[in-house]
Design a protein around this ligand. Structure first.
Ligand code: UDP
Ligand code: MG
Length: 311
Protein backbone atom coordinates (compact mmCIF):
# COMPACT_ATOMS: atom_id res chain seq x y z
CA UNK A 1 0.00 0.00 0.00
CA UNK A 2 1.23 3.50 -0.83
CA UNK A 3 1.82 5.93 2.01
CA UNK A 4 1.12 9.61 2.50
CA UNK A 5 2.44 11.72 5.36
CA UNK A 6 1.03 15.13 6.27
CA UNK A 7 3.39 17.50 8.07
CA UNK A 8 1.65 19.87 10.48
CA UNK A 9 3.81 22.67 11.99
CA UNK A 10 2.34 23.71 15.35
CA UNK A 11 3.25 26.66 17.51
CA UNK A 12 0.87 27.30 20.42
CA UNK A 13 -2.01 25.59 18.61
CA UNK A 14 -3.63 24.04 21.70
CA UNK A 15 -6.95 25.75 20.94
CA UNK A 16 -7.30 24.33 17.47
CA UNK A 17 -5.60 20.92 17.42
CA UNK A 18 -8.65 18.89 18.52
CA UNK A 19 -10.72 20.56 15.78
CA UNK A 20 -7.93 19.92 13.28
CA UNK A 21 -7.68 16.24 14.20
CA UNK A 22 -11.49 15.78 14.05
CA UNK A 23 -11.77 17.45 10.66
CA UNK A 24 -8.69 16.07 8.89
CA UNK A 25 -8.71 12.45 10.12
CA UNK A 26 -11.86 11.44 8.17
CA UNK A 27 -10.42 13.04 5.04
CA UNK A 28 -7.21 11.02 5.40
CA UNK A 29 -9.21 7.83 6.11
CA UNK A 30 -11.19 8.36 2.92
CA UNK A 31 -8.05 8.15 0.74
CA UNK A 32 -8.50 4.76 -0.90
CA UNK A 33 -5.40 2.62 -1.32
CA UNK A 34 -3.35 4.86 0.96
CA UNK A 35 -1.95 4.43 4.43
CA UNK A 36 -1.65 7.84 6.06
CA UNK A 37 0.32 9.42 8.90
CA UNK A 38 0.45 12.84 10.46
CA UNK A 39 3.83 14.27 11.39
CA UNK A 40 3.06 16.96 13.94
CA UNK A 41 6.02 19.27 14.55
CA UNK A 42 5.71 21.03 17.88
CA UNK A 43 7.72 24.20 17.34
CA UNK A 44 8.50 25.00 20.97
CA UNK A 45 4.90 25.72 21.98
CA UNK A 46 4.36 27.21 25.42
CA UNK A 47 0.78 25.95 25.75
CA UNK A 48 -0.58 22.38 25.88
CA UNK A 49 0.11 21.65 22.19
CA UNK A 50 2.61 18.86 22.94
CA UNK A 51 0.30 17.17 25.47
CA UNK A 52 -2.54 17.17 22.94
CA UNK A 53 -0.29 15.73 20.22
CA UNK A 54 0.94 13.04 22.60
CA UNK A 55 -2.64 12.16 23.55
CA UNK A 56 -3.41 11.67 19.83
CA UNK A 57 -0.29 9.51 19.44
CA UNK A 58 -1.29 7.30 22.36
CA UNK A 59 -4.62 6.30 20.85
CA UNK A 60 -3.78 6.59 17.14
CA UNK A 61 -0.79 4.91 15.49
CA UNK A 62 -1.20 7.24 12.50
CA UNK A 63 0.14 10.10 14.61
CA UNK A 64 3.89 10.74 14.64
CA UNK A 65 5.47 13.78 16.13
CA UNK A 66 8.67 15.73 16.52
CA UNK A 67 9.00 18.30 19.28
CA UNK A 68 11.56 21.13 19.29
CA UNK A 69 13.42 22.33 22.37
CA UNK A 70 12.28 25.90 21.64
CA UNK A 71 10.55 27.96 18.96
CA UNK A 72 12.64 27.76 15.79
CA UNK A 73 10.01 29.13 13.38
CA UNK A 74 7.72 27.57 10.80
CA UNK A 75 10.50 27.23 8.22
CA UNK A 76 12.50 25.00 10.58
CA UNK A 77 9.36 23.08 11.54
CA UNK A 78 8.60 22.28 7.90
CA UNK A 79 12.21 21.21 7.35
CA UNK A 80 12.09 18.89 10.37
CA UNK A 81 8.87 17.36 9.04
CA UNK A 82 10.40 16.79 5.60
CA UNK A 83 13.62 15.32 7.06
CA UNK A 84 11.63 12.91 9.21
CA UNK A 85 9.29 11.86 6.42
CA UNK A 86 9.70 8.61 4.54
CA UNK A 87 6.49 8.20 2.53
CA UNK A 88 6.11 8.23 -1.26
CA UNK A 89 3.88 11.30 -0.95
CA UNK A 90 4.40 14.05 1.57
CA UNK A 91 2.13 16.99 2.32
CA UNK A 92 2.32 20.15 4.42
CA UNK A 93 -0.75 21.58 6.14
CA UNK A 94 -1.24 24.38 8.69
CA UNK A 95 -2.76 23.41 12.02
CA UNK A 96 -5.34 26.22 12.05
CA UNK A 97 -7.59 24.70 9.31
CA UNK A 98 -7.02 27.74 7.06
CA UNK A 99 -5.84 25.22 4.48
CA UNK A 100 -9.03 23.46 3.34
CA UNK A 101 -8.54 19.76 4.17
CA UNK A 102 -11.27 18.96 1.63
CA UNK A 103 -8.71 19.73 -1.12
CA UNK A 104 -6.44 16.85 -0.04
CA UNK A 105 -8.12 14.06 -2.11
CA UNK A 106 -8.00 16.14 -5.32
CA UNK A 107 -4.42 17.17 -4.61
CA UNK A 108 -3.37 13.58 -4.03
CA UNK A 109 -5.08 12.53 -7.26
CA UNK A 110 -3.05 15.14 -9.17
CA UNK A 111 0.25 13.62 -8.04
CA UNK A 112 -0.79 9.98 -8.23
CA UNK A 113 -2.92 9.79 -11.36
CA UNK A 114 -2.50 13.00 -13.34
CA UNK A 115 1.28 12.96 -13.66
CA UNK A 116 2.06 16.05 -11.59
CA UNK A 117 4.97 16.10 -9.14
CA UNK A 118 3.49 18.72 -6.84
CA UNK A 119 -0.07 19.71 -6.01
CA UNK A 120 -0.01 23.11 -4.36
CA UNK A 121 -2.68 25.44 -3.03
CA UNK A 122 -2.97 29.14 -3.59
CA UNK A 123 -5.52 31.46 -2.16
CA UNK A 124 -7.81 33.36 -4.44
CA UNK A 125 -8.22 36.26 -1.97
CA UNK A 126 -6.86 37.64 1.28
CA UNK A 127 -10.21 37.90 3.03
CA UNK A 128 -10.15 37.88 6.82
CA UNK A 129 -6.57 39.13 6.90
CA UNK A 130 -5.30 42.27 8.57
CA UNK A 131 -5.17 45.15 5.99
CA UNK A 132 -1.62 46.17 6.84
CA UNK A 133 -0.39 42.58 6.52
CA UNK A 134 -2.08 42.23 3.09
CA UNK A 135 -0.53 45.47 1.90
CA UNK A 136 2.96 44.63 3.15
CA UNK A 137 2.91 41.12 1.78
CA UNK A 138 1.74 42.19 -1.68
CA UNK A 139 4.47 44.87 -1.69
CA UNK A 140 6.98 42.21 -0.65
CA UNK A 141 6.04 39.84 -3.49
CA UNK A 142 6.27 42.66 -6.05
CA UNK A 143 9.79 43.59 -4.89
CA UNK A 144 10.91 39.98 -4.42
CA UNK A 145 9.75 38.91 -7.88
CA UNK A 146 11.59 41.84 -9.50
CA UNK A 147 14.81 41.29 -7.58
CA UNK A 148 15.18 37.56 -7.14
CA UNK A 149 15.97 34.71 -9.48
CA UNK A 150 12.80 32.82 -8.51
CA UNK A 151 9.19 33.62 -9.36
CA UNK A 152 6.78 33.36 -6.45
CA UNK A 153 3.02 33.56 -6.92
CA UNK A 154 1.74 36.05 -4.30
CA UNK A 155 -1.10 33.68 -3.38
CA UNK A 156 1.07 30.54 -3.17
CA UNK A 157 0.82 28.75 0.16
CA UNK A 158 2.95 26.17 1.91
CA UNK A 159 -0.07 23.84 1.67
CA UNK A 160 0.96 21.14 -0.82
CA UNK A 161 1.45 17.46 -1.54
CA UNK A 162 4.70 16.34 -3.16
CA UNK A 163 6.32 13.24 -4.55
CA UNK A 164 9.32 11.85 -2.68
CA UNK A 165 11.78 13.14 -5.31
CA UNK A 166 10.58 16.72 -4.69
CA UNK A 167 11.12 16.27 -0.96
CA UNK A 168 14.65 14.98 -1.61
CA UNK A 169 15.46 17.95 -3.82
CA UNK A 170 14.17 20.38 -1.17
CA UNK A 171 16.31 18.63 1.43
CA UNK A 172 19.33 18.89 -0.85
CA UNK A 173 19.23 22.66 -0.33
CA UNK A 174 21.32 22.91 2.79
CA UNK A 175 21.03 26.61 3.57
CA UNK A 176 20.29 27.76 7.08
CA UNK A 177 18.33 30.92 6.39
CA UNK A 178 15.49 29.02 4.80
CA UNK A 179 12.79 30.71 2.76
CA UNK A 180 10.70 27.71 1.78
CA UNK A 181 8.45 29.52 -0.71
CA UNK A 182 11.61 30.46 -2.64
CA UNK A 183 12.99 26.92 -2.28
CA UNK A 184 9.71 25.42 -3.62
CA UNK A 185 9.94 27.70 -6.62
CA UNK A 186 13.69 27.11 -7.04
CA UNK A 187 13.43 23.29 -7.20
CA UNK A 188 10.79 23.58 -9.92
CA UNK A 189 8.92 20.39 -10.98
CA UNK A 190 5.56 20.00 -12.60
CA UNK A 191 3.03 21.72 -10.35
CA UNK A 192 -0.77 21.71 -10.38
CA UNK A 193 -2.28 24.70 -8.59
CA UNK A 194 -5.49 24.58 -6.60
CA UNK A 195 -7.21 27.89 -5.88
CA UNK A 196 -9.24 28.15 -2.73
CA UNK A 197 -10.81 30.92 -0.68
CA UNK A 198 -9.02 32.17 2.38
CA UNK A 199 -10.68 30.61 5.41
CA UNK A 200 -10.71 32.20 8.82
CA UNK A 201 -8.49 30.58 11.44
CA UNK A 202 -10.61 27.91 13.20
CA UNK A 203 -9.36 28.99 16.66
CA UNK A 204 -6.40 30.70 18.30
CA UNK A 205 -4.44 33.62 16.85
CA UNK A 206 -1.93 34.12 14.06
CA UNK A 207 1.62 33.33 15.18
CA UNK A 208 3.24 35.91 12.95
CA UNK A 209 4.41 39.15 14.46
CA UNK A 210 5.51 42.09 12.31
CA UNK A 211 9.11 41.35 13.34
CA UNK A 212 8.82 37.68 12.28
CA UNK A 213 7.29 38.75 8.97
CA UNK A 214 10.03 41.31 8.38
CA UNK A 215 12.70 38.70 9.02
CA UNK A 216 10.86 36.30 6.71
CA UNK A 217 10.77 38.92 3.94
CA UNK A 218 14.47 39.69 4.42
CA UNK A 219 15.32 35.97 4.24
CA UNK A 220 13.32 35.79 1.03
CA UNK A 221 15.10 38.64 -0.70
CA UNK A 222 18.64 38.13 0.60
CA UNK A 223 18.43 34.34 0.25
CA UNK A 224 17.54 34.45 -3.41
CA UNK A 225 19.02 37.64 -4.75
CA UNK A 226 22.34 39.43 -4.98
CA UNK A 227 20.58 42.55 -6.25
CA UNK A 228 21.07 44.48 -2.98
CA UNK A 229 24.82 44.00 -3.35
CA UNK A 230 24.67 45.24 -6.93
CA UNK A 231 22.49 48.12 -5.79
CA UNK A 232 25.17 49.25 -3.37
CA UNK A 233 27.77 49.08 -6.15
CA UNK A 234 25.68 51.03 -8.66
CA UNK A 235 24.54 53.67 -6.20
CA UNK A 236 28.16 54.05 -5.10
CA UNK A 237 29.31 54.41 -8.71
CA UNK A 238 26.54 56.91 -9.44
CA UNK A 239 27.40 59.00 -6.43
CA UNK A 240 31.11 58.92 -7.33
CA UNK A 241 30.49 60.11 -10.89
CA UNK A 242 28.08 62.76 -9.61
CA UNK A 243 30.66 63.95 -7.06
CA UNK A 244 33.44 64.23 -9.65
CA UNK A 245 31.31 66.10 -12.22
CA UNK A 246 29.77 68.36 -9.56
CA UNK A 247 33.20 69.14 -8.10
CA UNK A 248 34.71 69.88 -11.51
CA UNK A 249 31.85 72.18 -12.52
CA UNK A 250 32.06 73.97 -9.16
CA UNK A 251 35.83 74.45 -9.44
CA UNK A 252 35.68 75.62 -13.07
CA UNK A 253 32.87 78.12 -12.27
CA UNK A 254 34.79 79.43 -9.28
CA UNK A 255 37.98 79.80 -11.34
CA UNK A 256 36.11 81.66 -14.12
CA UNK A 257 34.48 83.99 -11.58
CA UNK A 258 37.76 84.35 -9.65
CA UNK A 259 36.03 83.24 -6.39
CA UNK A 260 37.24 80.83 -3.72
CA UNK A 261 35.61 77.44 -4.42
CA UNK A 262 35.76 76.22 -0.84
CA UNK A 263 32.27 76.43 0.64
CA UNK A 264 31.51 74.94 4.07
CA UNK A 265 27.91 74.14 3.14
CA UNK A 266 29.01 72.19 0.12
CA UNK A 267 31.51 70.17 2.14
CA UNK A 268 29.00 69.34 4.86
CA UNK A 269 26.42 68.26 2.28
CA UNK A 270 28.97 66.10 0.50
CA UNK A 271 30.19 64.48 3.72
CA UNK A 272 26.61 63.67 4.77
CA UNK A 273 25.67 62.25 1.38
CA UNK A 274 28.82 60.20 0.86
CA UNK A 275 29.02 59.09 4.51
CA UNK A 276 25.39 57.94 4.44
CA UNK A 277 25.98 56.06 1.24
CA UNK A 278 29.01 54.27 2.63
CA UNK A 279 27.02 53.25 5.69
CA UNK A 280 24.15 51.92 3.60
CA UNK A 281 26.57 49.90 1.47
CA UNK A 282 28.34 48.58 4.54
CA UNK A 283 24.97 47.60 5.99
CA UNK A 284 24.05 45.58 2.93
CA UNK A 285 27.46 43.89 2.80
CA UNK A 286 27.18 43.21 6.53
CA UNK A 287 23.84 41.48 6.00
CA UNK A 288 25.43 39.08 3.52
CA UNK A 289 28.46 38.62 5.73
CA UNK A 290 26.18 37.71 8.61
CA UNK A 291 24.59 35.07 6.45
CA UNK A 292 27.94 33.67 5.32
CA UNK A 293 28.91 33.59 8.97
CA UNK A 294 25.90 31.51 10.02
CA UNK A 295 26.32 29.15 7.07
CA UNK A 296 30.00 28.64 7.88
CA UNK A 297 29.28 28.01 11.55
CA UNK A 298 27.02 25.19 10.41
CA UNK A 299 24.76 25.28 13.45
CA UNK A 300 21.83 22.90 13.59
CA UNK A 301 18.72 24.49 12.14
CA UNK A 302 16.65 22.91 14.90
CA UNK A 303 17.22 20.66 17.86
CA UNK A 304 14.78 17.83 18.50
CA UNK A 305 13.92 17.34 22.11
CA UNK A 306 11.86 14.20 21.65
CA UNK A 307 10.16 12.22 18.90
CA UNK A 308 8.26 8.98 18.56
CA UNK A 309 9.63 8.34 15.09
CA UNK A 310 11.91 5.29 14.93
CA UNK A 311 10.76 3.88 18.26
N1 UDP B 1 3.92 28.12 13.02
C1 UDP B 1 5.04 27.45 13.51
N2 UDP B 1 6.05 28.18 14.08
C2 UDP B 1 6.00 29.55 14.18
C3 UDP B 1 4.87 30.22 13.64
C4 UDP B 1 3.85 29.47 13.07
O1 UDP B 1 5.12 26.22 13.44
O2 UDP B 1 6.95 30.14 14.73
C5 UDP B 1 2.82 27.33 12.43
C6 UDP B 1 1.45 27.59 13.04
O3 UDP B 1 1.24 26.79 14.19
C7 UDP B 1 0.51 27.25 11.90
C8 UDP B 1 1.32 27.65 10.66
O4 UDP B 1 2.67 27.72 11.08
O5 UDP B 1 0.22 25.85 11.83
C9 UDP B 1 0.87 28.97 10.10
O6 UDP B 1 0.89 29.95 11.11
P1 UDP B 1 -0.27 31.02 11.27
O7 UDP B 1 -1.61 30.40 11.01
O8 UDP B 1 -0.10 31.67 12.59
O9 UDP B 1 0.08 32.04 10.11
P2 UDP B 1 -0.92 32.82 9.15
O10 UDP B 1 -1.92 31.81 8.64
O11 UDP B 1 -1.56 33.85 10.00
O12 UDP B 1 -0.05 33.36 8.07
MG1 MG C 1 -2.97 30.56 9.65
Amino acid sequence: MKRIEMIVPCFNEGDVLELFYKEVTPVMQSLEGFDYSFIFVNDGSRDNTLEIIKSFAEKDSHVKYVSFSRNFGKESAMLAGLKNSSADFVGILDADLQHSPSLIPQMLKAVTEEGFDIAAAKRSDRKGENGLKSFLSSAFYKVANKMTEVEIDPGAQDFRIMKRKVVLSILSMAEHNRFTKGIFSFVGFNTKWFSHENRERAAGETKWSIIKLFKYALDGILGFSNAPLKLSFWSGALSFVFGVIYGLIFIICSLVKHESFISVNLIIALICAVGGLILICLGIIGEYLARIYTEVKNRPIYIIDETNIGE
